[in-house]
Design a protein around this ligand. Sequence first.
Ligand code: NDP
Ligand code: BG6
Length: 480
Amino acid sequence: MHLFDLVIYGGTGDLSRKKLLPALYAGFVSGRVDPVSRIFLTTRSAPDEDVLPWLADVLAANGDDVSADDQKLQQFAAMVSIVPLSLTDKEDDGWKWLVETLQSCADRPIIHFLAIPPSVFTSVCAALSHHQLNTDRCRIVLEKPLGHDLASAREINADVACHFDESQTFRIDHYLGKEAVQNLLALRFSNILFERLWNNQTIDHVQISIAEDLGLAGRGGYYEGVGALRDMVQNHLLQLLCLVAMEPPARMDAESIREEKLKVLKSLSNITNETIKTDVVRGQYSAGTVAGQQVDGYCEDMNLDGNSNTETYVAIKTFVENWRWAGVPFYLRTGKRLPDRFAEIMIQFKDVPHSSSPDWQYHNRPNRFIIRLQPVDHLALRMMVKNSAEGQADLKEVELNLDVSDPNRLGPYLRLIFAVAEGDQSLFVHREEVEYAWRWVDGIISKWDYFNITPVEYPAGSWGPYEAHDLLRSDGRAWF
Ligand code: NDP
Ligand code: BG6
C-alpha cells in the first residue's frame, strides 16, 4: 500500500480530471493507496460545489460508476482538499496553509505534480523553494511536453534545477507507465531468443504507430501551434523507439536505462534538406466520417478560418546509426481522427534467404513480431506453417498469441505516481533525454519553416495522407 501526500498544481484542469483523479480513485478502491494519504488540488478559482459532488461528477464523466452517496467515494473525497492558490504569487495565503498542512505529517513523501502549462513551472518551483517545500522528502513531477523547443526545454530544466536536485525531478511520459512497455523490456532482456535476432542481420524494419480516432477532445487551446510532432513524437514515439533500439542495460536501474536510451537518441539520423521532403509527412485532417459520425476538419474544430499550419498527423522514416541497426528503417507515425485508436510496435523480420519448395515461394511472408500497447496489451508472433487444407502444399500465416492483459494491472498514471512515491526514476525521462529529443525534433521544424512545408490534408476517418503510404511504398513496404 502506498502512502504519500500529493499536491496537484492545476488540480481542477483537464489532466487532473481525466487522468490523475480517476487513476488515484482506482488505486484507492483497489486498496493500493493508503487511505491516510492526502491529495491537494490547487486552483485559482475553486468550484462552487463541495469536494464530494464535484468529485462524483469528475469521476462519472470519466466512466466511473459512482454517485455521491457511494461509501467508497465518500472515503476518497475525505482524502481530497481543494486549495485556492495563486501559483505565481508566493505571498498568497494558500502557500502558508499548504506548508503547515504538509508539515503536519512527516511520515511520507510529498509529491508536487505540476499539471499546469510549462510557462508557470518556473514560478511554482521558485515558490516551492521559497516555502522550503523542496526538502529531501519532496519530489517534483513535470508533465510533457517540456517546453516548445530545445532552448525553452533547457531553460525550464535549468530553472527547476535551481530548486530541485535531478534525483527529486520526475519528467513524466505516461507511455513509459503502460503495462506493455514494461513487458517489452522484460521480453527483450530476459529471453535469449530475441536478443540474438534483434539486429540488422535479421530485422528488415520497425514500425511504431500511435493512432487516435479522437480529435482535440477539448484541448484545442493547447494543441494549436504545438501539433503532433511536439505533442507525440518528441516524447511518446521517441521513448518507444529508444526502448526497442537500446542495448541491454547493465542493470534495470534508472541510470543504466537512461544511458542506453541516450545513446539511441544521439544515434538518430538527422532529417536533412534532402530528406525533409521524402522522409517526413506532415498532415492535417479535413472533414470526414469517423465511426459512422460526420466530423469537422481541424480548422473548423478550432474556428480558424482555414488558416493553420498545425499538423495533426506525422509520419517519419529514420535510422539508428550504429552497428546493431545500420540500414534498418524505423517508421514512426501518429495522427488524430484516424479510423481507430491503437498503439503498436511492429518488428518485421527479413525474408528467408532461399525458398526450398516452389509451393512455398509464393506464399511466404516475413515473420512479424507485434507489441500492442492499446487498446489491449497483446504480444503476437506471426509465422508461416504448412497449409493443412486437403490437397494444399503451400504455406499459411498463423499468429502465436500471448495475452498479457491483466484486469488488475496498474494504469499508467497510477504506476508512475507510485514510482515517484518510491523515488524510482527508471520509468521517467532524464533531462538530457528531453534535450536530445528536442534537438532532433527542432531539426525537422526548422526545415518545415525554411522550405515552407505546410500540412497536406487527409479526410478524418482515413489512415492519413497518401504521402504517408508512399513513404513506405517507395521502399517496397506497407504500413502494417
Ligand atoms: P488545463 O488548461 O486543462 O489545466 C491546467 C490548469 O493549470 C488549469 O486548470 C489552471 O488552473 C492552471 N493554470 C493555467 N494557467 C495558469 C497560470 N497562468 N497560472 C496558474 N495556473 C494556471 O491543462 P491540462 O490539464 O490539459 O494540462 C496541464 C499540463 O499537462 C500541461 O503541461 C499539458 O501539456 C500536460 N498534459 C496534459 C494532458 C491531458 O490529457 N490533458 C496529457 C499530457 C500532458 P486554475 O485556472 O484552476 O487555477
Ligand atoms: C498525450 C497527448 O500526451 O497523449 C494527447 O497530449 C494524446 O494529445 C494522448 O491524445 C494519448 O495518450 P493515450 O494514452 O490515450 O494514447
